[in-house]
Design a binder for this molecule. Structure first.
Ligand SMILES: Nc1nc2c(ncn2[C@@H]2O[C@H](COP(=O)(O)OP(=O)(O)OP(=O)(O)O)[C@@H](O)[C@H]2O)c(=O)[nH]1
Ligand SMILES: [Mg+2]
Ligand SMILES: [Zn+2]
Length: 291
């Protein structure tokens, strides 16, 4: 039976990409029984019952998966945040970075709406926060075109997902990269300072120069689900690289003696903001385990 990749999922239909066009499929009852839930990005076996319509019959093993945005087999996560309208939320950004790290994805941080930033020192301050991580950071602007070429380059030959809050400009960036897309974009509400959830579904787009990219709906919350306390440090690269030098194995870098991470914090090698988020997430994970 033929195989293909799910490129879009809308109200119980899965669209499987084939050289002859997308096949609109439903999932067999088998999926319900096994509690399988196909995701965009999944490779599946399908059966075409009529031209352009059919059934997904089998789900192939995944390389990785995200809950938010819901997607599988991602090579690169492009974390999108805007300087203004809405203002960047580093905590949400760090939450997403933890998930992407845990799933072994390459990471690119994309800071948008650079044209709305009066003081460049603000951008420098954000670069500082991530200086210990090796994450590449791009600043972009849809109206001036800044950073679009570099972003296009970074999307070549792999499957990337754009992730971030509503209204930060994910769809606008993709339109900048490939104007023929004409993805719908939406004004940010002045009153609420939030986006209006213009993009409703995850969708994989093929780029003409090679590579695929998924536009996704914005999100404003992200929890950690089932995660071990000791896993969290591995998802902060600047902590993970120093943790082997802590005196105690399984050190959580809170109050343990001879903790290399806390020494690095005092010496400014690890940024306060990142460490604060680490502690906050750690408490959340502990809290969840209590129930
Ligand atoms: N000034 C400025 N405005 C931008 C920029 N990028 C996007 N916008 C505006 O921001 C608003 C939201 O853009 P979208 O591209 O719809 O945002 P999104 O991240 O796709 O939002 P959702 O689909 O709701 O998740 C639109 O009014 C865009 O015109 C930018 O670089 N500079
Ligand atoms: Mg959008
Ligand atoms: Zn430690």
């Amino acid at each position: 039976m033929p195989e293909g990749q799910i490129v879009r999922a809308v109200s119980g239909f899965y669209y499987v990409r084939t050289p002859q066009g997308d096949v609109q499929c439903r999932a067999r009852g088998l999926f319900k029984k096994k509690k399988w839930s196909p995701l965009v990005g999944d490779w599946v076996t399908y059966e075409e019952t009529e031209p352009g319509e059919g059934w997904v019959t089998d789900l192939h093993p995944r390389k990785n998966a995200l809950i938010r945005p819901p997607m599988a087999n991602v090579d690169q996560a492009v974390v999108v945040a805007s300087f203004r309208e809405p203002r960047i939320q580093l905590e949400l950004l760090d939450r997403f970075l933890v998930h992407a790290e845990r799933e072994g994805m390459e990471i690119l941080i994309c800071l948008t709406k650079q044209d709305l930033l009066e003081d460049p020192a603000e951008a420098d301050a954000i670069y500082q926060v991530y200086s210990g991580t090796d994450y590449p950071i791009l600043t972009t602007s849809a109206p001036t075109g800044e950073g679009i070429k570099a972003l296009k380059e970074a999307l070549k030959d792999r499957l990337s997902v754009f992730a971030g809050p509503s209204g930060v400009g994910k769809s606008s960036l993709l339109n900048g990269i490939l104007p023929t897309l004409e993805l719908k974009t939406g004004e940010v509400s002045r009153k609420l300072g939030r986006g209006r959830h213009t993009t409703r579904h995850v969708e994989i787009l093929d780029l003409p120069e090679g590579g695929q990219v998924a536009d996704t709906p914005g999100f404003s919350q992200l929890s950690f689900g089932v995660m071990e306390e000791t896993e969290l440090g591995n998802c902060f690269p600047e902590i993970a690289s120093l943790a082997p030098e802590c005196k105690f194995r399984g050190c959580l870098h809170q109050r343990e003696p001879h903790c290399r991470v806390r020494t690095a914090l005092k010496q400014g090698e690890i940024h306060q903001t990142r460490y604060r988020h680490y502690l906050q997430f750690l408490e959340e994970i502990k809290e969840q385990r209590r129930y």
